[in-house]
Design a protein around this ligand. Structure first.
Ligand SMILES: *[C@@H]1O[C@H](CO)[C@@H](O)[C@H](O)[C@H]1NC(C)=O
Ligand SMILES: *[C@@H]1O[C@H](CO)[C@@H](O)[C@H](O)[C@H]1NC(C)=O
Ligand SMILES: *[C@@H]1O[C@H](CO)[C@@H](O)[C@H](O)[C@H]1NC(C)=O
Ligand SMILES: *[C@@H]1O[C@H](CO)[C@@H](O)[C@H](O)[C@H]1NC(C)=O
Length: 390
């Protein structure tokens, strides 16, 4: 143990020397170490004040509180004269030699045992499971997991390590901050990951997350829960089936019709409708979705274009464009698609105003093009349906 640490500390020292050589800066470590190359004659000096702690062997038992501590310990346990000599040697190296030296150091560092991600996840999960730890500790553990599950291998390991069950359990925590973090982790781990999607579905988290979207008082919680819901059902037939059987259509209508809901939540909901229409194209033979064939939802989407939010306009247009592709919306088309053309016309008038504003011109022009495209698709579809006698 002590030996490994010593090796590590020495590498750190050598690295510090290497770094100073490559980029001569006036570095002063906080713990009394002072390394300077400013005078062109590198020397490593120890501050006499810290000598006592340097020789304190007890420090080994508790591990080193910081890199500085480790460094000090290493210096204290090595021959300063030799170290100084080494430092001096490094100064004499040519660029090539220095690069070689840096490679060696890099290899050494790679050989050192650093905790694996799995180990770090295990620690975070243990902390999350440990009910005698504080709320802050639990939040910190969740923040760590949030970062770790970004890597797909870690996301795949989460369930094996018992972490997915813990995170899902904490979705019902009484603290909103914990719930937000947990929904976020579930969403991130499920993102484009069929393995985790399946695990999350089996652990029964989808209905709970859908309830969080509907009933949360905290905007952030609804947003992160919707993020997770979208990630779980993305291109996932079983997820989609469960989503619809749990009233996913009503959940979306609830958000879309709520005029006081956060605009981010509405944008996300509209994007989900666009995605659902796309999945419907893919799974139409295996999935019956009646809610795309009446105006309840389409009308809500179209009404959203009355807002002045360009991003929302764009998302609504993309959703409508996808919906127009569906077979099940054909008879809505015959009926004017829930007032689509009037809405498109109003939107274009609004966009003309936005185009006059310098900072919005480019985006507004793009959205206007999309407006024209949707109108064109609608008219084509109308023409096609009218030509085919039913
Ligand atoms: C380097 O740091 C020392 C101690 O803080 C200071 O006295 C000296 O002026 C610095 N030299 C340069 C070149 O910044
Ligand atoms: C839970 O945390 C407390 C406080 O840090 C610690 O003493 C205890 O060993 C932990 N329990 C488990 C099971 O890890
Ligand atoms: C943590 O809790 C989860 C869910 O309650 C459980 O599945 C897991 O085994 C626990 N892990 C540990 C290490 O106690
Ligand atoms: C609408 O959204 C606001 C803000 O998120 C929320 O407080 C309210 O409960 C929602 N109303 C309905 C009917 O869901």
């Amino acid at each position: 143990m002590g030996r490994i640490l010593l090796t590590f500390a020495l590498v750190v020292v050598v690295m510090a020397v290497g770094i100073s050589m490559a980029e001569p800066v006036n570095q002063s470590a906080s713990g009394g170490l002072f390394w300077s190359t400013a005078n062109g004659n590198g020397h490593l000096a120890r501050n006499a004040e810290t000598d006592e702690s340097l020789n304190d062997h007890d420090e080994l038992d508790g591990g080193f509180p910081s890199l500085d501590g480790m460094l000090q310990w290493a210096i204290g346990h090595s021959d300063p004269a030799k170290l100084e000599l080494k430092a001096h040697d490094v100064q004499q190296l040519s660029t090539d030699e220095l690069q070689k030296r840096q490679m060696e150091i890099k290899e050494l560092v790679e050989k050192l045992e650093m905790p694996s991600d799995a180990k770090l996840m295990q620690i975070a999960i243990d902390d999350l499971n440990n009910s005698s730890l504080s709320l802050e500790d639990h939040l910190r553990a969740l923040e760590e997991l949030l970062i770790l599950v970004e890597a797909i291998d870690n996301a795949n390991d989460l369930h094996k390590l018992g972490g997915l069950a813990s995170v899902i359990r904490e979705l019902s925590n009484s603290d909103p901050g914990i719930r937000v973090a947990c929904a976020w982790i579930v969403g991130k781990a499920s993102q484009n990951n069929p393995v985790v999607q399946k695990q999350v579905l089996e652990l029964g988290a989808l209905p709970q997350l859908m309830t969080m979207v509907k009933s949360s008082v905290l905007e952030e919680e609804a947003i992160k829960a919707l993020y997770a819901v979208s990630a779980i059902i993305r291109n996932n037939l079983n997820g989609l089936k469960l989503f619809y059987s749990q009233g996913g259509d009503l959940m979306l209508q609830g958000v879309l019709s709520n005029t006081t809901a956060d605009v981010r939540l509405r944008r996300r909901s509209v994007s989900l409708v666009a995605d659902l229409a796309e999945y419907q194209l893919e799974y139409s033979s295996k999935l019956e979705v009646p809610f795309f064939s009446n105006c309840a939802l389409v009308r809500l989407l179209i009404d959203l274009t009355a807002s002045s939010d360009l991003d929302l306009h764009e998302k609504v247009l993309l959703a409508v464009k996808n919906l127009l592709m569906l077979k099940s919306t054909e008879f809505l088309v015959v009926d004017g698609f829930c007032g689509l053309q009037g809405a498109l016309e109003k939107m274009r008038q609004q966009l003309q105003e936005s185009i006059l504003e310098e900072n919005q011109r480019e985006y507004a022009t793009d959205v206007e093009d999309l407006c024209k495209e949707v109108d064109f698709i609608y008219l084509e579809k109308l023409k096609k349906i009218s030509q085919v006698p039913t």
